[in-house]
Each structure stands twice: as C-alpha cells, then as structure tokens.
Design a protein around this ligand. Structure first.
Ligand code: MN
Length: 334
C-alpha cells in the first residue's frame, strides 16, 4: 500500500520544484508534525517547499514551526495567494474535507493544482488527485513516516524523527488509544535510532501549562457532572470562567479526557462557551465501542473519529445541556 502510493507520488514529484503543504485549521501536533516532517523531507529532495497554516498554532507548539518557512493564512492572506499562484503541487495533511481548512478552501477552489491528500480521518471527501486515506492508522505522522521511508529512508534525520514522534505521541494519546499498534511501536523504535530526545518532546508538549490554564482546569473539574447510569461525565466552561482565567486558544486542550479517568465512565464531554463565535463548542471522548463521532454528527453538527470528535451548538448553555442529556439517553438507548 505504502510502496504503491510512494511510487505514484514519486512520479508526481518528478519535475516539480515548488510544493505547498497545508494541514487543518487549529493545527495540533499531528497536523504540524506531519507537515514539518514532509516539508523537511521535500527540501532534502531539492524541492522548494512552504507550509501554509489556515491559522496560527497554539503557543506550546510554536517550537515545531520555528525552523520552517511557514505562513498563516489568517495573518497574511495576500502572501498566501501569491504562494498559491506560484506553486505546482499541494499536499493536504491530516484532514479529508475542505471544510477543515476554513476560508482558505476558497483560495484552493480558485486555482487548479494537483492536490495530494494524506490523512487518517473517516469518510474522505473527493478533492484530491492522489490520496492515501487510512482511518485504521492512529496518526497522519505514522502514515507520512511510512511514505517518506519508502521513498528514501536515508533522508530521515533527528529533526524529521522528532516531528513524527510528536504527532504519533499526541494522536495515540501517548500510545494508549486502540489504533496504536505493534507497527506504531516499531516506528517509535526506528525514531529512537535517529536520536530523538523523547523526554524533552514530552515536556515541551505536556508540561507547558500556565498558572491560569491550570486554574481553568480546576474549574472544569469542579463543574463535572455525572449521568452515572449511562457512564457519562460532562462539564461546562462558561465565557465568564474563560475570561476570568485569561483564556488563550488551546488552553482547554485535553480537559475533556479527565472525565474518562473516572471508574465506570465511557463517555466524557466538555461544553465551552465561545463568546467570539457566539456558539457552544463541544468535545466528545469515548471508550471502546461507543461511537461519539456518530453522536456528534447526529445531534451537534460535528464529526471526527469514533472515540474523539467535536461539534457545536447555537443554543444557550442551558438549552445545550438539556438537549445533550436527552440525546445521549436516546443514543445510548436507555
Ligand atoms: Mn491526526
């Protein structure tokens, strides 16, 4: 599978000198890791490569982009229009629907360039000329690693290995989610041989809370409610709580996972009031067979993965909470 795709990709790359890489909006370590790894690799192949971000990454991931030619569409739309007009090929990484790159998708629709999509989300949409969609793999970084390895494994150095490790680490929930495989661990072993400093990567990614963020977490935990019979935990962060703790983008990342630490809980949800967009943003996490992707799609305009998805509500917090209680009961058929 990888070999076949890599051969096709190699062919596409023949004669191409200018590449662009685009990950999804609100990029996480998998989106950035796969983009930076591929960018480093393409540069080593002699391709002029730039990474376009629909918007800027959270502060704690800034170290991942600092050695690269990265432009944010949100910050410099004009620059990006120029890059798009000069580029010969576009890589779409860690997303499979143009909705996931926000208004940058309008710019892509105006140009006519081959798009190569590499992704691991369910139900890919058709917007690419060549794609590798593998929902059975835990991270895009794992897929990208296999692709570049089969093109030229000698070009994978410590820097590329560090990016790949970061994406695999976070998208597998530190190697615990079901899609983590023996193959994943074999790759990690190969990355270790490239000299990665895994302790430092963990510290950069996980030990970076501000005091405000830690206090905001305490509010989320204090607000936790259980629907014990259903094995459901949920919490709410109001716009007042966010403002009081100087909320910055990315601060609530991972909060939703805490509910799943409670014994007997298989579904955890966080509702976050977004004053700027005037919506309630919702994150869903689940264990085992419970498909919160289906739930998010059916009731809260969302989607994602089976055990990790997101959605939103246009109603008030109280209305959203009530709708959630009714719909989750219905969904879990109680
Ligand atoms: Mn991913």
């Amino acid at each position: 599978m990888y070999l076949d795709f890599s051969q096709k990709l190699n062919k596409v790359l023949e004669g191409v000198t200018k590449c662009l890489i685009i990950p999804h909006k609100n990029p996480d370590a998998d989106a950035l890791g796969s983009s930076m790894a591929l960018s480093s690799f393409l540069i080593k192949l002699g391709k002029n490569t730039k990474v376009i971000l629909p918007n800027s990454p959270p502060n704690y991931l800034e170290w991942m982009i600092k050695n690269h030619d990265v432009v944010s569409y949100e910050k410099s739309p004009e620059k990006i229009k120029k890059h798009l007009s000069k580029s010969e090929i576009i890589f779409a990484l860690d997303f499979n629907s143009l909705k996931r790159i926000g208004t940058l998708s309008n710019e892509l629709e105006k140009i006519n360039l081959p798009i190569i999509m590499i992704d691991h989300h369910e139900s890919p949409e058709k917007f690419s000329s060549l794609f590798l969609s593998k929902p059975e793999i835990g991270s895009t970084c794992e897929i990208v690693y296999n692709v570049i390895k089969s093109i030229n494994h000698k070009l994978i150095d410590k820097e590329i290995a560090t990016y790949i490790y970061s994406g695999i680490l976070t998208d597998t929930g530190s190697f615990r989610y079901p899609l983590t495989s023996g193959d994943t661990h074999t790759i990690i072993s190969e990355l270790f041989k490239k000299g990665i400093d895994h302790t430092k990567i963990h510290e950069k990614i996980y030990d970076n809370f501000s005091f405000d963020r830690t206090r905001l977490l305490s509010v989320a935990l204090k607000n936790l409610k259980l629907i014990e019979k259903l094995g459901v935990a949920y919490t709410i962060l109001s716009k007042e709580s966010l403002a009081k703790h100087n909320f910055k983008k990315g601060d609530t990342e991972g909060f939703v996972n805490f509910g799943l630490r409670i014994e007997g809980i298989s579904v955890s949800v966080i509702f976050i009031e977004d004053a700027a967009e005037n919506i309630i943003k919702i994150s869903f996490r689940s264990k085992n067979k419970i498909d919160v992707n289906k739930f998010a799609k059916k009731y809260f305009n969302g989607g994602g993965h089976k055990n990790a998805s997101g959605g939103f509500s246009n109603n008030s917090i109280i209305e959203t909470e009530n709708k959630f209680i009714t719909s989750i009961k219905d969904f879990l058929r109680v």
